[in-house]
Design a protein around this ligand. Structure first.
Ligand code: ADP
Ligand code: MG
Length: 275
């Protein structure tokens, strides 16, 4: 078993106002211009669980992830159909602004993208600014320490909070991005291949962070790494876009079933690395 991380801070299972939320996608479709890339994808992502989205490149995993917090609205040609519910609330209801969606449902991308010239402290605070969350100076200090601790980075950076984010290693930069996303205490965290650009040690640290977050935040993670999906997730959804058709879910279920007793031969082939 891996050594426990040395800088883990045990937080109450549900932070005030930040209990994990369940997400439910119902018949989600997506288009870029006239090109349909997702067709009627339905998936329940239970509160506090880690759900892994797996499948070959181009089958719509990133697009699906973006529809969950409406990030695709930043892409001019993107169109959406279907429904997404956040603890029963319609994410696409006109009463939800894009900033509401982004505050409640945070996101971390494949390539660590901290603001390189900005200090580590200000990078975390930037998470608050991006979503229009207002806090005073003292609350900022608390949130910066809390977020860096939850991201497993506090011990490594607490004496250099004024140094630029770009001075950190790639793996530390990714955990800084996780801290930035956590600063608003989102109730769901979307992670799009967060370890693809990282070395094995940094990958392990990020996986430890995901383990720590499980139960406190609902996590939806896209990964190409089957061992990683098996290590971090409770449930898995296998996406596929067969020749000329939009992407969809072939099979979803408990991770142990998807890897141990897949029902569909295409799932079996994919998890065994046959395509
Ligand atoms: P995955 O994450 O599974 O690799 P994506 O969701 O990135 O898949 O892509 C699904 C399909 O949508 C692909 O055919 C891709 O080329 C297309 N696509 C993704 N993003 C855009 C975009 N911004 N504009 C046009 N087409 C896009
Ligand atoms: Mg992708």
């Amino acid at each position: 078993m891996a050594d426990p991380p040395t800088d883990t801070v045990v937080l109450p299972p549900a932070l005030p106002g930040a209990a994990p939320a369940a997400l439910e996608a119902r018949a989600v479709s997506a288009w870029f211009g006239s090109h349909q890339v997702l067709s009627r994808v339905s998936l329940t992502m239970p509160a506090g669980a880690v759900t892994a989205l797996i499948g070959p490149s181009g089958c719509g995993k990133s697009t699906f992830l973006r529809t969950l917090n409406r990030m695709h609205e930043l892409i001019p040609a993107a169109r959406f159909g279907g429904e997404v519910f956040f603890d029963g609330e319609d994410v696409y209801d006109p009463s939800w602004r894009l900033t509401d969606a982004r505050r409640r449902i945070g996101m971390v991308f494949q390539k660590p993208n901290p603001f390189p010239a900005m200090s580590i402290y200000d990078n975390v605070v930037a998470g608050l600014r991006l979503t229009g969350t207002r806090v005073n100076r003292r609350e900022k200090d608390v949130l910066v320490e809390e977020s860096l601790s939850r991201a497993g980075l506090w011990k490594e950076v607490k004496d250099r909070l004024r140094q630029p984010g770009g001075a950190l290693s790639g793996g530390q930069q990714q955990r800084l991005c996780i801290a930035r996303a956590l600063a608003v205490r989102p109730r769901v965290l979307l992670m799009d291949e967060p370890c693809s650009a990282l070395d094995p040690t940094s990958t392990r640290r990020v996986e430890e962070t995901i383990h720590e977050l499980a139960g406190q935040v609902t996590v939806v993670i896209v990964t190409h790494n089957m061992q990683q999906a098996a290590r971090v997730s409770r449930q898995c959804a296998f996406f596929l876009a067969e020749q000329g058709t939009p992407g969809g879910i072939v099979e979803a279920g408990a991770t142990s079933d998807i890897f141990g007793t897949p029902k569909d031969s295409r799932t079996a082939d994919y998890v065994a690395g046959r395509f």
